[in-house]
Design a protein around this ligand. Structure first.
Ligand code: NAD
Length: 542
């Protein structure tokens, strides 16, 4: 017998509940007769019922609420639905809908999920972690709620992010959900309207100073290591300063990473590697100019540098091939307003405040937008790139669509159809001179599930930049010639499960090669990874 639970208690357990799909034998053996309608469904019929009900919901937030309810009642069916058509369901359980859900979190709450660690509990973090019902946790996504998507400080409402992100680890790469834990570190919020909202669920105080937060996060990291040894912690949607600070502070001491920095870097690198198959150049021969020098810009530049170093040039040379431009202009050596991370890219150059002038001077082969500055890649920018390059690489990665540095149509039209384009938010097909171009979407979801699966399967002790570069290569390899012919530099979202599992193999190779694995190297890596992926099928309970 798989479980001691019987009757109503079994139906109330979301992990074991099969709802109308309990078999006749299970109904008899587990005291379920009479507690369920007589008809026995297959999972396919159950999925159909879910789709029918989803179709009746008037908007995406209602669909999100309905799917969350399904996750809370029949987890296997929830993942079967998501994995049946990830491209359709990911926007409902994650961006963009999760943004709306976080804004409304205190108002739409049904059943609390995840672990809330309030700074009031300092000194007791181990005890709180031990309240978690699962003894084995291998993967945590943790946020402070301070910089939720592009929505700012949402305090405890940010819990929607780790919940949604972990659902993607399972739906896109088969990381077993019972081994994951969403965590919200609640230090209060500086969002005055939330503090006034009677339905707000978090600690009602403004955020303390950074030292207090650091000492609490120190306690959290040490407690995780003690209570769930070997668990990987992914930082998500912290303020830019906290994101960089905590990555530097912990990455050599714990198994952890920051997706906003490292995942974004790998996502951009994957697109660049594919784009180079179209433009025909090598990575070390490129010059990159990034618009935006926040967590995403630094993450991209740092990973491009590491990838160039792996291809044989010095770190100094590689940094010299990466330039950044932020809200105050070109990042160059006379600037006095730079962070330590930005100073690495402050090359000697006269100050410049005009992006097109920077393109004229630096002559990049690729421009990458992570600025949140809508329309910053205007006609002048794109025409200049097209004049300087036979096939200019133009990535407008800012989200949401309204923040995109340019549209696909603009990039193609203003470059005479020569741009190799990708965007953070999806754009539809573009018809140009008898051709149909289908731009790719650069989203971190093409990277982090693969990292998660490999780290979990190989029981990695650390997460390194080399692992992100491997994930990027693994994703880029799966872009077919047919994709490239359509202008698509990322694999189609419909193929995500396969993409992630294959990319996870590449990451696992690096984990084993670096001696960072906690398990012996298997003879057949593909079979090893496959055997560890979660499948959303009901287990026989008797
Ligand atoms: P951030 O706030 O840390 O950084 C924003 C940067 O842009 C800052 O350096 C700022 O100076 C610069 N900037 C703002 N306005 C500008 C302007 N008018 N001209 C030039 N520079 C300007 O934000 P972040 O976390 O780095 O994210 C930036 C953007 O990248 C967001 O829109 C985010 O959605 C997007 N992003 C996309 C993906 C993806 O998967 N496609 C991943 C990560 C981030």
């Amino acid at each position: 017998m798989i479980t001691k639970l019987r009757g109503a208690a079994l139906i109330r357990d979301p992990r074991l509940n099969k709802s109308t799909a309990f078999t006749e034998a299970e109904r008899e053996a587990l005291g379920l007769v009479g507690l369920l309608p007589e008809g026995i469904d297959t999972q396919e019929v159950q999925i159909r019922r879910v789709l029918d009900q989803l179709g009746l919901k008037p908007n995406d937030l209602e669909k999100y609420i309905y799917l969350t309810g399904l996750q809370d009642t029949v987890e296997t069916l929830f993942y079967a639905v998501l994995m049946s058509d990830p491209a359709r369901f990911l926007p409902l359980v994650y961006t963009p809908t999760v943004g709306e859900a976080c804004l409304q979190f205190g108002h739409i709450l049904r059943r609390p999920r995840g672990l809330y660690l309030s700074i009031r509990r300092r000194g007791r973090v181990r005890e709180v972690l031990r309240n978690w019902p699962e003894p084995d946790v291998r993967f945590i996504v943790v946020t402070s709620g301070q910089r939720i998507l592009g929505l700012g400080d949402l305090g405890a409402n940010g819990m929607g992010i780790p919940i949604g992100k972990l659902a993607l680890y399972t739906a896109c790469a088969g990381v077993p959900p019972q081994l994951t834990m969403p965590v919200l570190i609640d230090c209060g919020t500086d969002n005055a309207s939330l503090l006034r909202d009677p339905l707000y669920l978090g600690l009602r105080q403004t955020r303390p100073d950074p030292e207090e937060v650091t000492s609490f996060v120190d306690e959290f990291m040490a407690a995780v290591e003690e209570v769930f040894p070997g668990c990987c912690v992914q930082f998500e949607d912290w303020s830019g300063a906290d994101a960089v600070r905590f990555l530097l502070r912990y990455q050599d001491r714990f198994c952890c990473f920051n997706d906003d920095i490292q995942g974004t870097g790998a996502m951009a690198l994957a697109g660049i590697l594919s784009a180079l198959r179209i433009t025909g150049g090598g990575l070390t021969g490129q010059t990159f100019l990034l618009l935006g020098a926040g967590a995403a810009g630094i993450g991209i530049a740092d990973l491009l540098v590491e990838a160039m170093v792996l291809e044989g040039i010095s770190r100094e040379q590689a940094r010299g091939r990466n330039w950044l431009f932020d809200v105050n202009g070109l990042i160059e050596s006379s600037r006095t307003d730079l962070t330590a991370a930005q100073r690495r890219y402050a090359h000697p150059h006269p100050p410049l405040r005009d992006f097109t002038a920077a393109i004229e001077s630096i002559r990049p082969t690729a421009i990458i937008g992570v600025s949140t500055a809508a329309k910053a890649f205007d006609r002048r920018v794109i025409e200049t790139m097209a004049r300087l390059n036979r096939r200019p690489i133009i990535f407008a990665l800012s989200n949401p669509t309204s923040r995109s540095e340019c549209t696909a149509q603009e990039a193609y039209e203003w470059s005479g159809g020569r741009a190799v384009f990708a965007s953070g938010s999806p754009f539809g097909p573009v018809h140009l001179g008898g051709r149909v171009l289908m731009p790719g979407q650069g989203n971190n979801v093409c990277i982090f599930p693969a990292i998660g699966l490999a780290v979990f399967a190989a029981r990695a002790r650390r997460v390194t930049d080399g692992m992100f570069i491997a994930a990027a290569r693994g994703v880029a390899e799966q872009v077919s010639q047919a994709d490239l012919d359509m202008g698509r530099v990322y694999p189609p979202p419909s193929a995500i499960l396969n993409t992630e599992i294959r990319a996870a193999e590449r990451v696992a190779q690096v984990i084993f090669a670096l001696g960072l694995a906690g398990v012996p190297e298997p003879p057949d890596l593909r079979a090893f990874i496959n055997a560890r992926t979660y499948k959303p099928v009901y287990r026989n309970l008797i």
